[in-house]
Design a binder for this molecule. Structure first.
Ligand code: SAM
Length: 243
């Protein structure tokens, strides 16, 4: 029996159906086009990344609180930022989590592991994900969560991600899931030529702009993808204090 036949015989849980609706909404309402991103969003069980008491809200169209006063981002923002990374899928065949699915060769850095949900989405799309979280409790719990889901291509370290991860650089793509008053310069220098940095930037603690920066042979191009709202990036090249 092939995989498709096996899949169709498996009983579907309520979350799988909610996930399907979420993905349809991302496609139809928000215009997310990258089918690989949508496929990853269909695979990753978001309910496993939110606190037990909020499981029933896991597929709502909003951010949710997690431990340590932080948040798991709105599904749309996760999909949009992942799409903006423009991971290329053409080069590499891998026996990864998607049966028969090629994965990108891209080396991706995430700053702000939080629950680990965004890292799990990236793990389905690319060969290696490096993720940095400043709060030890979150880093520890995210590691355990990803391990329990059998996701092995994410490395999490606990430190100030505004400094990047020098020893693992250069990266094809960097995603920052916390808002910075300015673009952290170490992240720019840790991008490959042609690499993309997607980051919320702004001096306002409540409202920022979602920015994509592409590193060119000579300089950088900057694109603005509209307003967004994130918890602060706290660190040497972000906000100096929590509030
Ligand atoms: N990507 C996460 C997810 O999928 O659940 C959501 C991230 S949450 C919106 C932002 C995270 O960035 C928080 O967990 C926060 O502790 C973390 N953070 C803030 N400043 C940081 C820094 N300098 N380095 C690393 N992580 C940082």
């Amino acid at each position: 029996m092939n995989n498709a036949a096996l899949y169709s015989q498996r009983p579907r849980d309520e979350f799988e159906i909610l996930r399907e609706k979420m993905v349809a909404y991302l496609r139809e309402h928000y215009g997310i086009k990258d089918e690989r991103v949508l496929e990853a969003m269909q695979k990753v069980p978001r309910e496993k990344f939110v606190p037990e008491a909020l499981k029933s809200q896991a597929y709502k169209d909003n951010a949710l609180p997690i431990a340590a006063n932080q948040t798991i981002s709105q599904p749309f923002i996760v999909a949009k930022m992942t799409e903006l990374l423009e991971l290329s899928y053409d080069a590499f065949e891998s026996p990864g989590s998607f049966v028969g699915r090629p994965k990108s060769r891209s080396r991706v850095l995430e700053v702000g592991t939080g629950s680990g949900y965004q890292a799990a989405i990236l793990a389905h799309l690319t060969r290696m994900v490096y993720s940095i979280e400043r709060i030890p409790q979150l880093a520890h719990e995210a590691r355990k969560r990803l391990e329990s889901l059998g996701i092995r291509n994410v490395v999490i370290k606990c430190s100030d991600g505004s400094l990047g991860w020098e020893i693992q650089a250069p990266f094809d793509a960097i995603i920052v899931t916390a808002a910075s008053p300015k673009i952290p310069t170490p992240l720019l220098s840790q991008l490959k030529i042609g690499g993309r940095l997607v980051i919320p930037v702004g001096e306002d603690r409540n409202c920022q702009r979602l920015i994509r920066i592409t590193k060119k042979e000579s300089g950088f191009s900057v694109e603005d993808f509209g307003a967004c709202s994130f918890v602060p990036l706290i660190g040497e090249h972000g906000w100096k204090q929590v509030q």
